[in-house]
Write a protein that binds this ligand. Structure first.
Ligand code: DC
Length: 224
C-alpha cells in the first residue's frame, strides 16, 4: 500500500492526465476523478440553454441550479457524467464544449461550486484527482502532487489524433491554435491559474511512455 492516499495531477490540455490517472487507479486500486469533465458538463448545460458563455451572471446562475453528478473511475470503467439526470458522458469532447469551457472556468462562483464538490468527493482518500488547480487549490494537502507537461506540438498531435473519427475533423493547425488559446486562458486567468503547486513533481510525458510515467509516480507515492 503506497504511503500517498491522495494524489493530485495537474497540467495543461492533453498532457496525459486522464490516461495516467486511469492507469494509476488501476495499478493502485484507487478511484480516479478527472475534474475537467465537471467544467465540461457545465459548458454542455450552457450550450443546452443557449446561455452566453461570457455572461458571468448568467453562467453563475446556471451553475447554481444545474445538477452535475460524476462517478469516479476505477481505471477500467470510465466515469459517468449526468447533467440534470441526463447522461452526457459521450457529449463532452465536442469542439463546441472545448471552445466554451476555458471561458466559463474563469468565473469565481463557478470555481467555488466545483471546488466544494471536488473536496467532498476526495474525502475518503485512496483517490487520484486530475485538473488544473488540484495541487494548488482543491487539495493543497494532497500526499503527492504531480504536474505533467509536454510541448504544445506534441499535445496538439495527441488531441488531433483523438478527434479523428468523431465528426468533421479540424486540421492540426486549428487544433494547435485552439490548444494554445486554452492554455493562455487557463494560465493567465486571475482565479486559480494553471501552475505547478509548491512541492509538485514535474514530469514531461513527451519522451517517456505512459507506463513509465505511471511507474515513476508509483515510486514517488511509495516513497512519500
Ligand atoms: O482537462 P480538460 O481539458 O478536460 O479541462 C477542460 C477545461 O476545464 C480546461 O480548459 C480548464 C477547466 N478546468 C479547470 O479550470 N480546473 C480544473 N480543475 C479542471 C479543468
Amino acid at each position: 500500500m503506497p504511503k500517498s492516499s491522495t494524489i493530485a495531477i495537474d497540467g495543461p490540455v492533453a498532457a496525459g492526465k486522464s490516461a495516467v490517472g486511469a492507469l494509476l487507479a488501476l495499478r493502485l486500486g484507487y478511484r480516479f476523478i478527472d475534474t475537467g469533465v465537471m467544467y465540461r458538463a457545465l459548458t454542455w448545460a450552457v450550450l443546452r440553454d443557449k446561455v452566453d458563455p461570457d455572461d458571468e451572471a448568467a453562467v453563475t446562475a446556471l451553475a447554481g441550479k444545474t445538477h452535475i453528478e460524476v462517478t469516479s473511475s476505477d481505471g477500467l470503467e470510465s466515469s459517468q457524467i449526468r447533467v440534470d439526470g441526463q447522461d452526457v458522458t459521450g457529449q463532452l469532447r465536442t469542439r463546441e464544449v472545448e471552445q466554451g469551457v476555458s471561458r466559463i472556468s474563469c468565473f469565481t462562483e463557478v470555481r467555488r461550486a466545483m471546488v466544494t464538490r471536488q473536496r467532498t468527493l476526495a474525502k475518503q482518500g485512496m483517490l487520484i484527482m486530475a485538473g488544473r488547480d488540484i495541487g494548488t487549490v482543491v487539495l493543497p494537502n494532497a500526499d503527492l502532487k504531480i504536474f505533467l507537461t509536454a510541448s504544445s506540438e506534441e499535445r496538439a498531435r495527441r488531441r488531433h489524433l483523438d478527434m479523428k473519427g468523431s465528426g468533421p475533423s479540424p486540421t492540426f493547425e486549428q487544433v494547435l491554435e485552439e490548444l494554445l488559446h486554452r492554455d493562455k486562458l487557463d494560465t493567465e486567468r486571475a482565479n486559480s491559474p494553471l501552475r505547478p503547486a509548491d512541492g509538485a513533481h514535474i514530469l514531461n510525458t513527451e519522451s517517456i511512455d505512459l507506463t513509465q510515467v505511471v511507474e515513476r509516480i508509483i515510486a514517488l507515492a511509495e516513497d512519500d
